[in-house]
Design a protein around this ligand. Structure first.
Ligand SMILES: [Zn+2]
Ligand SMILES: [Zn+2]
Length: 271
């Protein structure tokens, strides 16, 4: 049986991790991964992220300033985001948020640019993709400031508790699970995945990082999202096909995408 999977968060243009990008995308399609959401890590790589989406079937783009780069972000960057986000291939603003684990930028500067980009997303009616690490309570309180104004969002690489999951769900966010769901020590996360509403969960690779268990220590790539979907199927007592269909539909819904505009014509004809 053929499946359709969406990798809701990949970095295909991060530094030089994917010199073989065409082959990587071919392997993704062969594995049934027909939609890859390609995420910029900053304003510098955003043009290439959009270019990849323009030239590769089944790839769309997300642009924004990652919290790691907040310390170097400027008003000019925000102005640049204005024209970048207007591209029809750009489906959301991200990844934005707070990272108090690596703390590559001062916390107050991270919060400042997080809010500025949330305001940008509100003004441009864009979905947001949120990165939060060791910063859940501050992330939640900031997102609550924008409740009812943000049109939608995804908590990417979600690894919080059930209580935290519920708080983000209450704000209308989707939860995206990465390869960490397959790690032996991720029992707590698997309990969250067992209880999260089936119509609010996505799967992602966050490649080249966080490869699922079978590929630990190697470069991650979109084709491997199938391992995370398989893990989710085991947790939920569903088939891989059922999880693929659910998360595919949820990804389209989360980003307001139409299947016909995502799929290459040959794929739409032969699902
Ligand atoms: Zn992230
Ligand atoms: Zn990422």
């Amino acid at each position: 049986m053929s499946i359709r999977l969406a990798d809701s968060h990949a970095h295909l243009d991060l530094e030089d991790h994917f010199p073989d990008q065409a082959a990587v995308l071919r392997r993704a399609r062969e594995a049934g991964v027909l939609l890859v959401i390609n995420v910029a890590t900053g304003l510098a790589d955003a043009p290439q992220v959009i270019e990849t989406a323009r030239t590769s079937p089944g790839v769309v783009a997300i642009v924004g300033g990652h919290p790691h780069g907040a310390g170097a972000m400027t008003e000019a960057d925000l102005a640049a985001l204005d024209s970048l986000a207007a591209d029809p291939k750009v489906v959301a603003i991200g990844e934005i948020g707070l990272d108090f684990y690596r703390r590559r930028s001062p916390e107050d500067i991270q919060q400042y640019w997080f809010r500025r980009q949330l305001e940008f997303a509100v003004a441009h009616k864009k979905v947001v993709v949120i990165h939060t690490r060791e910063a859940t309570s501050v992330t939640l309180s900031i997102l609550r400031e924008y409740r009812g104004r943000i049109i939608g969002g995804v908590m990417h690489c979600f690894d919080g508790s059930l209580t935290e999951a519920q708080a983000f769900l209450d704000l209308g966010f989707y939860l995206s699970f990465s390869g960490t769901l397959t790690y032996p020590k991720a029992g707590g996360l698997r309990q969250v995945a067992a209880k999260a509403p089936l119509d609010r969960i996505l799967v992602e690779t966050d490649c080249p990082y966080l490869p699922p268990q079978p590929w630990r220590g190697k470069r991650n790539e979109p084709a491997y999202v199938v391992a995370t979907a398989r893990q989710l199927a085991a947790i939920r007592g569903l088939t891989l096909e059922e999880v693929a269909a659910r998360t595919w539909a949820n990804t389209l819904a989360a980003f307001g995408l139409e299947e016909a505009t995502v799929l290459a014509p040959d794929q739409a004809a032969n699902p």
